[in-house]
Design a protein around this ligand. Structure first.
Ligand code: NDP
Length: 311
């Protein structure tokens, strides 16, 4: 019988549905069942080529989240293993969180909250803060989520431009093929690109310096996209104004220096983390997995993946 290995906590209702489909579910530990594992349900952790090779009959990986930088998709492709993920169902949610982080960073909402709770208001009004108004936003990435963020920003009446490898034919926004050129022209960066080697440290010291002393960086992409050492230096020296970070190089234990800077706002990878959106993501994880076993087309696979079981 086919076994499905769960990596990380998977909701009970989903485990029940997978069992009801006639599959055996293994929680985290495949010991002794390696030969029967044909599917992986991935919530967290990496899926390397070495892990795939532990399971000679592996056919399908169904992963929670749109990003797949933790999965060696090249190795999966080479082995004919299908890889499903959960794009689109989280776009609006991540865009909402991005706006919240941007506004909270600029208007210093956590600092204001602390000021009030610490009883400082009677001693004087909270200091004036930076503003979103008058800023120019440079998006790094204008894909499914980036375009939802841009749509929201249009409602805030701020100009938006973007950098990606190729321009979007359907976007009237100015495209910068050169990221450094964009950083010189804007004062606010929002990163929403995939992680992985190609985007590693796209935001580095030189880019932060190009952004300038009024610069604000919002990272909702992946921690690897931003050189945190360079960011901490730039925030400490006032080379940029502030940062709002939802993702970190070392999750779930980010560099604690980021916690104590007065001009950095950090959240624990909250992007898609609401009750309805997480449920929708898990439903897509289920559909990707079960459709594979039913010999039907998987609704959402990573680029280059097979999407239907042939036998
Ligand atoms: P898409 O694939 O739809 O969009 C990715 C965008 O990044 C495209 O505009 C793409 O354009 C651009 N891009 C890709 N590679 C590069 C590169 N090397 N240099 C410059 N631009 C690049 O992805 P989504 O919008 O669905 O998701 C984006 C990422 O957001 C995810 O991969 C994930 O890492 C992150 N994310 C974070 C969440 C959170 O909780 N904080 C939640 C969900 C997603 P082009 O190909 O033309 O370069």
């Amino acid at each position: 019988m086919s076994h499905v290995l769960c990596l990380g906590a998977v909701p009970d209702w989903l485990i029940a549905e997978v069992r009801a489909a006639g599959l055996t579910v293994l929680i985290d530990d495949p010991q002794g069942h390696e030969a029967q594992v044909t599917g992986i349900l991935r919530r967290s952790g990496g899926v390397s080529a070495a892990l795939m090779d532990r399971f000679p009959a592996l056919e399908v990986i169904s992963s929670l989240g749109v990003g797949y930088d933790m999965i060696d998709t090249e190795a999966a492709r080479a082995r004919g293993i299908a890889v499903g993920h959960t794009p689109d169902v989280l776009n609006e949610e991540v865009a909402d969180l991005t706006m919240a982080l941007l506004l909270a960073t600029l208007r210093q909402i956590p600092q204001g909250n602390r000021y009030l709770l610490d009883g400082k208001w009677p001693g004087g009004q909270f200091p004036l803060t930076p503003s979103l108004q008058g800023r120019t936003i440079g998006m790094i990435g204008m894909g499914r989520i980036g375009s939802c963020i841009a749509r929201r920003l249009a409602g805030f009446d701020v100009p938006v431009v973007y950098h990606s490898r190729s321009p979007r034919a359907d976007s009237p926004l100015r495209h910068y093929p050169d990221l450094m050129e964009m950083a010189r022209d804007v004062d606010t960066l929002i990163a929403i690109v995939p992680g992985g080697p190609e985007t590693r440290h796209l935001i580095d010291r030189a880019l932060l310096q190009a952004l300038g002393p009024q610069g604000v960086v919002i990272n909702v992409a992946r921690g690897s996209v931003l050189d945190e050492e360079a960011l901490i230096g730039a925030l400490t020296k006032g080379e940029i104004l502030a940062a709002g970070l939802d993702v970190f190089e070392n999750e779930p234990s980010p560099d604690p220096r980021l916690f104590n800077l007065p001009n950095s706002l950090v959240t624990p990878h909250l992007g898609s983390g609401t009750v309805p959106t997480r449920h929708a993501m898990w439903e897509l994880v289920r559909d990707n997995l079960l459709r594979w076993y039913q010999g039907e087309v998987m609704p959402a696979v990573v680029p280059g993946s097979v999407r239907r079981r042939l036998s």
